[in-house]
Ligand binder design. Structure first.
Ligand SMILES: [Zn+2]
Length: 255
């Protein structure tokens, strides 16, 4: 294990294991089975592997063995290969000459840049949503916000994560953009293994609710500048907490 942790270091399995010990309680694994019944075999396998990356079953730098995965899911290698190809396109998986496909490794400085870009993209979605959201879209976002409050009160971590995503999905849709919404979604997927961990940090869920309300209020008022600022700072706070985590990790490792 490294004795110090710089921004150019790759987030490794051991780093994340330490982080998980500090911050993450026993959250349940994501249940993705229900929603994928109707989808094709490749989509099912893709969702399965993506969930394994997001919940940390497969960790950064870990090799994706086609044959092993095929056996695990009881399918042929073809859907596994196609799923790996799709995950490579999202950036969650990378190809190395030495050992083939592996869970993408990412440097801390790159991760911070990606969170910064995420803040800009979310801000743009919110900005357009404030100008273009229909009444129905606004009231749907408001009900999702109410639902999120309820999951927070019930301390339902798993549901909080998925309802939180639903709120953001609705925000992207309300922007009435196609390319922007698509790219925002793509980057969000790419960042999801890291975001999921941040979401569970103490205090983050409560703060998220307040920040969502700020975005929502600005969208309701049709105030695009304020909506953009609120959405940006919501994402930036997530990024900041990630930096705090990195700093805490560095202290821990230097002891
Ligand atoms: Zn949020």
């Amino acid at each position: 294990m490294a004795s110090s942790f710089s921004t150019n270091d790759v987030l490794t399995l051991s780093n994340w294991k330490i982080f998980e010990k500090i911050h993450i309680k026993n959250e349940p694994a994501m249940n993705i089975q229900q929603s994928i019944k109707k989808n094709t075999r490749t989509e099912v396998i893709l969702a399965e592997i993506e969930a394994m990356i997001i919940n940390g079953t497969l960790t950064s730098g870990e090799r994706l063995d086609e044959a092993l995965l095929a056996k695990k899911f009881g399918v042929s290698r073809t859907p596994v290969r196609e799923a790996i190809r799709a995950l490579t396109a999202i950036g969650l998986v990378q190809n190395t000459c030495r050992q083939g496909a592996e869970v993408a490794q990412i440097s801390v400085s790159m991760l911070i840049e990606m969170f910064e870009l995420m803040a800009v993209l979310e801000g743009m979605c919110a900005q357009f949503a404030a100008r273009r959201a229909t009444n129905t879209e606004r009231s749907e976002m408001f009900s999702t916000h109410k639902e999120l409050e309820k999951t927070f009160e019930n301390n339902d971590h798993e549901k909080f994560y998925s309802v939180n995503l639903k709120f953001h999905d609705q925000l992207y849709a309300a922007s009435h953009t196609q390319y922007l919404a698509g790219e925002t979604l793509r980057l969000r997927r790419r960042l999801s293994p890291y975001r999921m961990r941040v979401t569970y940090q103490p205090g983050r869920m409560r703060a998220s609710l307040d920040e969502h309300l700020e975005i929502l209020t600005a969208v309701e008022a049709g105030n695009s500048e304020q909506a953009m600022a609120a959405a940006r700072s919501h994402m930036r706070l997530i990024g900041n907490e990630l930096e705090d985590f990195i700093a805490s990790l560095s202290n821990k490792l230097q002891k």
